[in-house]
Design a protein around this ligand. Sequence first.
Ligand code: ADP
Ligand code: MG
Length: 675
Amino acid sequence: MDLNKDVKYVKGVGPNRVKLLNKLKIYTLKDLITYYPRNYEDRSKPKKIIECINGENSLIEVVACSNIEEIHLRGKTMYKLIVRDDTATATAIWFNQSYLKTKFKYGKKYKLYGKITNNFGNITINSPIFEEQDKNDNTGKIIPIYPLTYQLTQNVLRKIIENGLKEINIQIEETLPQEITKKYNLMPLKDAIIQIHFPKDLKQYQLARRRLVFEELFVTQYALKKLKTENQTKAQGIKFLKEINLDDIIKKLPFSLTNAQKKVIKEIEKDMESNRAMNRLLQGDVGSGKTIVAIISAYKAIKSGYQVAVMVPTSILAVQHLESFKSILEQFNIRSELLVSAMTKKKKKEILEELKQGKIDVLIGTHALLEENVEFSKLGFVVTDEQHRFGVKQRMTIVQKGNNPDVLVMSATPIPRTLAIILYGDLDISIIDELPPNRKKIETYAVRKSLEPRINIFIKKQIDEGRQCYIVCPLVEENEEIDLKSVTKLYETYKNEIFSQYNVEYIHGKMKAKEKDEIMNRFKEKEIDILISTTVIEVGVNVPNANIMVIEDAQRFGLAQLHQLRGRVGRGEYQSYCILKYEGKSEILKKRMEIMCQTNDGFLISEKDLELRGPGDFFGTEQHGLPNFKIANLFQDIEILKQVQECLSENKFENLSISEIFEQSFFGKIEYQRF
Ligand code: ADP
Ligand code: MG
């Protein structure tokens, strides 16, 4: 069976299940069999009842020595079965599952898997999974646990994946050359795919995972390496004019640059004056002053006779950047304009016309810049802000609107340098490692819900002194409707009950750009005291008078994202505060909260964040700004990454295009040559 065939052809997949699978982004057979488990349960080794440890999940082999007893409790029905083996007796209990009544026969043998509790010798197994002694569907092996949405159960998905694997069983061909699989001791791909879903034992699982991680990292590293070579060998880039003296603009700024800013501007200037096209990543913590670096570089490009494009992820940010660019560049007769999808057709047309005629020097906008009808007369410099939201492909699209323009990619997700070199292998890196002077540390407190009343009093006091406050709700699910509800619900409570004497508003990503702008403007103008929001305000918003950031359900966010959000305050002269409301008791959670309270250093936080992410942590990379790997975990797999890089530097692989690399890998052959 063809791997790219629709998943609906897999046995056990009807129209209903297709929809559910699609929700998990499983469309093809290949998607299905590369939908990896997030965890495993070892149901392979039965234990004697007496050996079971209180609180642990265990498999027991027992005889039913009662019939199912139905007990009505308040609001629920309990089903009870007495079982025993040759060491002890235990009680199995389930709730509200009436079909169980006919499932057990007195005197028959069963396997049960579930959580054991031992209460002074009264042993209970809670809502166990069960199976007749001679069956091996749900017990007797290591069972994969998949990340799921509701409605699709583990058992169903497991069965579907099993069926899918049967169908392609013979057809998974090795992708990596034998020399490499041998040298790095890699399990054959076919075995790896099967073992990752249904590992025979721990060892097999580890080998399978290693093989798949190797391939995934190999492919991404190969693609990046290729991009970099392409950039370097491309036709000549633009040589911006040496005569344009950046001091002319720098001396007009309302502040003096930090040493770190001066350093990165030098690096950029050098690139701009050389005839090689610049591809540079500018990393700096929130508030480190990246925008001004972009403005100064843009000045050089424009004064050398070129146009500049600035691409940002949200229209709020576009509007804000427009203001920043204008406030500095207008005095040099440089014209900056906005392009976002929400603009009227007429206005858009005007802008596009003037852009084509070269009457606009800087065009700032969202994805709208990528559209085909956006034509520059002489695009020489491209800035993309908050780069992790744009893929490499989008970057290429905008770049192609110019003739080998210089590119500056700005990222506000600080990641350790070692990692940056790996992930942004196609870019040179500049780092702003210093904040402008006189920034006060944002006081951060992690608190439980019970402290809410005190926090609310604190907020009121700050507002009475003239400040403003953000309240951020997490994305509850990948479901916009539900997210929306959580924002509006919170809004109702805050507006009508807790903060009824203040101006409370809300904003979320689904609103029209115009509405969002309007609300942000009113917030800026201090017409709104409290702004309730989803993470749309995460990137770049600048309202210096706001000094409190409350984050609801902070446990749901990655550290890097919390840090980003926190960066919305602490932008003015006032002492600022970040309040992380959280629930949950795990040690890791506590540690995560502690880190946030202890430090404001984004690079440090990002290192810790990676460290604390365990293997089963699916919460994450998207929130972190790192590429979203299917199976690799950059912190855990750094050793494999090193081997991949070694492998790539020693061998030359056949010249595949980037898209070919992604398509062919996994189930197509990657050809290579030795140097
Ligand atoms: P980010 O790096 O997060 O994009 P911004 O560029 O938005 O940060 O800068 C944050 C704030 O700091 C802005 O209000 C900006 O004007 C100000 N700023 C930037 N550089 C300096 C500096 N050298 N001295 C004082 N303030 C600065
Ligand atoms: Mg910024």
